[in-house]
Design a protein around this ligand. Sequence first.
Ligand code: SDX
Length: 431
Amino acid sequence: MAKTISVKDDQTGKAWKFPVLEGTAGPDVVDIRKFYAETDMFTYDPGFTSTGSCESKITFIDGDKGILMHRGYPIEDLAEKCNFEEVAYLLLFGELPTEKQYKQFERDITYHTMLHEQFHNFYSGFRRDGHPMAIMCGVVGALSAFYHDSLDINNPDHRRISTYRLIAKMPTIAAWAYKYSLGQPFIYPRNDLTYAENFLYMMFATPCEDYEVNPVLAKAMDRILILHADHEQNASTSTVRLAGSSGANPFACIAAGIASLWGPAHGGANEAVLTMLREIGDKKRIPEFVKRAKDKNDNFRLMGFGHRVYKNYDPRARIMSRTCAEVLNELKIKNNPLLDIAMELERIALEDDYFIEKKLYPNVDFYSGIIFQAMGIPVTMFTALFALARTTGWVAQWQEMIEDPQQKIGRPRQLYTGQTKRKFVPMKSRK
Ligand code: SDX
């Protein structure tokens, strides 16, 4: 028998039944698509804390247990046993690739890593100190002005080539934003390097000498990209889906996702964590900042802590912490004051009643900045790196949304508390 839930108006006694839909994992959902038509009322959920926006098969998160899976594979397995290209294939197509599929996919991505030469002009239009995320928003949106051959979102071939172009070009776009800020020449991608190697190569090579990508750092970067690839219906992914629901082209949708990710409450937190650790400056000052984080009248928050879904340790944070140790060890960085502060902050916070009661744990952003800084990546590039990795999740979710027969243009309603109808007063009579 189909599961249902009853809703009763306690004033009128009127009652309604709504279907309950079961997934393969996670909470059931109440299907309220007919709620307004039947009750003449809206539901109300600012921030969507209890609202499922779509059906998806890509990523599953259990926030209480600290579980993250992509297409049924635990993130711990993917981070340890796959490379980024394999995980990208899994997110897009639903299965891990065979060797033959992998080689074809790797080639398809590799042969779209270059940017049209006219893109140099876009970069030169920005100030050298412009934030890389501003450049990413502008340049990615501009891609739609170059690919008129593949903007029909209802054409599966157009969706495929746009998806490949976006995944392939993001490392080039991000690395060139860094080179532009330095006044150094752009470094072109190489077809003999992996996705992660190519990014590091384009970031740090110069035309003056050969540059060998450190394999340990490349492996660490590859794992970090995997950890950031997708994360269910987070703010930026929901932005991409909402933009895509109007039929906007995929380049415009990803540019919208980049804009949403930029916020310090979301992808901008990795940059904000480094800024916070620098502001703390000394382990002795940690109690002062923990006190501020707990003070309702102070809008300071411990950046890199807390999560809308995880009320347990973010599984990605554990892997990031291990990766941090590997990178510092490879670079022979014995004592990293910021890491010392971060580890002491984590220890104190995890023992503090406020954080325990509110279930605030380190999230994916807490350690990433320390790793990136150790690799020589500037703070302003941290969120651009997050956007680079998340592009694969965004395009996979966008594709799923376009192909979902249930999807229609997203158009939420509201609880209106403004002025009711009133008489117009001409300006000369206004007091
Ligand atoms: C990402 O959604 C995703 O999946 C995102 C992401 C992804 O991969 O896409 O995981 C990536 O965005 C990770 C989150 C990065 N952001 C930060 O590290 C910024 C600091 N964190 C917070 O701003 C906050 O924890 C959020 C935004 C992440 C989550 O906020 P929620 O779910 O809206 O929770 P909330 O603000 O209602 O907080 C609940 C309580 C509040 O206190 P009360 O009102 O109940 O008294 O916890 C407090 C908050 O004040 N709180 C914090 C805190 N985070 C929440 N207090 C101090 N420091 C913090 N970091």
